[in-house]
Design a protein around this ligand. Structure first.
Ligand code: GLA
Length: 368
């Protein structure tokens, strides 16, 4: 069977801005989900995963929706993608799917988007070659939001499909959602040349988008935009914030407005070829905003960020939806900062975090 891979992501900056029609700046990881796939002519989907040995899920394509609630949670992501192809009018007369994922799960690194995107690109090549990258982003997101029931924005799937090696992807979500090629820009992101390293520390404290906190933040952002009579918080200005009477909604909106400004500032600094150390302070400011105004950080995330900064990082922040998961830190000396984080966790009595370095890798593609 042929094989495809789709990566996880870390977002350099632009957290909780995607569902507010704002800006994001992710890179793809070299860790991804591999999907081996081949057509079968009998109307069945047969699904296995190397991470679920012995679990074989077999279901008729035309019974996917009826069987949904009986399927194991992990299988709803790939099968949701098959369902989206069917909904889109593409003929899928049965398919074998064998998955093998290397993106840590519940680490805020988009393992679920990587899974959906790997299946999406495989099915695109097998059954609907006319589909564009943007179509694939939409299919993967629809599968996750609908069949799998997880209310994500567009960040993760866009990163997994559109990122390119050596670049950060600047995405204007509103422009991208409206037009085929608008809104996406590949910005060179060569940390190595500047003697820098980006590290990820997975705190091991799981983050879960399906529990209430993420959906609640989305609802609060919508309520703030409504109160301001704006289509989305993307359109809010610093002056608008003063018009928000509810202090909670004002804090939430303040994060979104300031975070969008930080994404634009980071993108500008990188575009002009400035020393990437210059973005460090904006990364740290983003963390503070997520902690104070958006209130999606966690004790372990704060501890890891603090330890990274004390260890000499130029900037550090939590990534992804929050409430757990991972942080990133921009550092000169990866070993030293990693040691600092690991020691701090040990002193606090937490299990050791998993620390590794990342480089901007390629988006979803077929393997040779
Ligand atoms: C999760 C969601 C994304 C985005 C981030 C926060 O990763 O899947 O759509 O909202 O949280 O930036």
């Amino acid at each position: 069977m042929d094989k495809w891979i789709a990566p996880g992501r870390v977002n350099i900056i632009g957290e909780h801005t995607d569902y507010n029609d704002g800006f994001v700046l992710p890179i793809a990881l070299s860790l991804g989900v591999v999907c081996a796939a081949g057509p079968r002519g009998d109307g069945l989907v047969r699904l296995t995963s190397a991470q679920r040995p012995g679990d074989v899920v077999q279901v008729r394509v035309r019974e996917l929706v009826a069987q949904r609630d009986r399927l194991p949670g992990w299988a709803r992501y790939p099968l949701g993608v098959v369902d989206e192809f069917v909904r889109g009018g593409h003929r899928v007369d049965g398919v074998n799917l064998e998955l093998d994922g290397a993106v840590p799960i519940s680490a805020g690194l988009s393992s679920s988007a990587a899974l959906c995107c790997a299946v999406t690109i495989a099915l695109r090549d097998l059954f609907a070659p006319e589909l564009t990258d943007r179509n694939m982003v939409e299919i993967a997101r629809a599968a996750e939001n609908g069949f799998a029931g997880v209310p994500t924005g567009l960040l993760d799937q866009s990163a997994s499909i559109l990122c390119t090696e050596g670049h950060a992807l600047f995405l204007d979500i509103r422009a991208f959602a409206g037009k085929e090629t608008a809104g996406a820009e590949q910005i060179p992101f060569d940390l190595d040349a500047a003697g820098l390293t980006l590290i990820v520390a997975d705190t091991g404290n799981p983050h879960d988008l399906a529990d209430g906190g993420y959906a609640e933040r989305r609802a609060q952002c919508e309520a703030a935009a409504d109160a301001l009579n704006l289509p989305a918080l993307r359109d809010a200005t610093a002056e608008d914030l003063l018009r928000l009477r509810d202090p909670l909604l004002r804090r939430r909106a303040t994060h979104v407005v300031t975070e969008n400004a930080r994404v634009l500032a980071v993108a500008d600094r990188l575009r002009t070829g400035a020393d990437p150390r210059a973005i460090g302070e904006l990364l740290t400011a983003s963390h503070h905003s997520l902690r104070e105004d958006f209130e999606v950080s966690a004790l372990t995330l704060d501890l890891a960020v603090e330890a990274a900064l004390d260890g000499g990082a130029h900037g550090a922040r939590m990534v992804g939806g929050g409430f757990g998961g991972s942080i990133i830190a921009l550092v000169d000396h990866a070993d030293h900062v990693a040691e600092n984080i690991i020691n701090r966790f040990a002193t606090a009595g937490f299990a050791p975090p998993r620390v590794f370095t990342v480089e901007p890798a390629a988006g979803a593609h077929k393997l040779d």
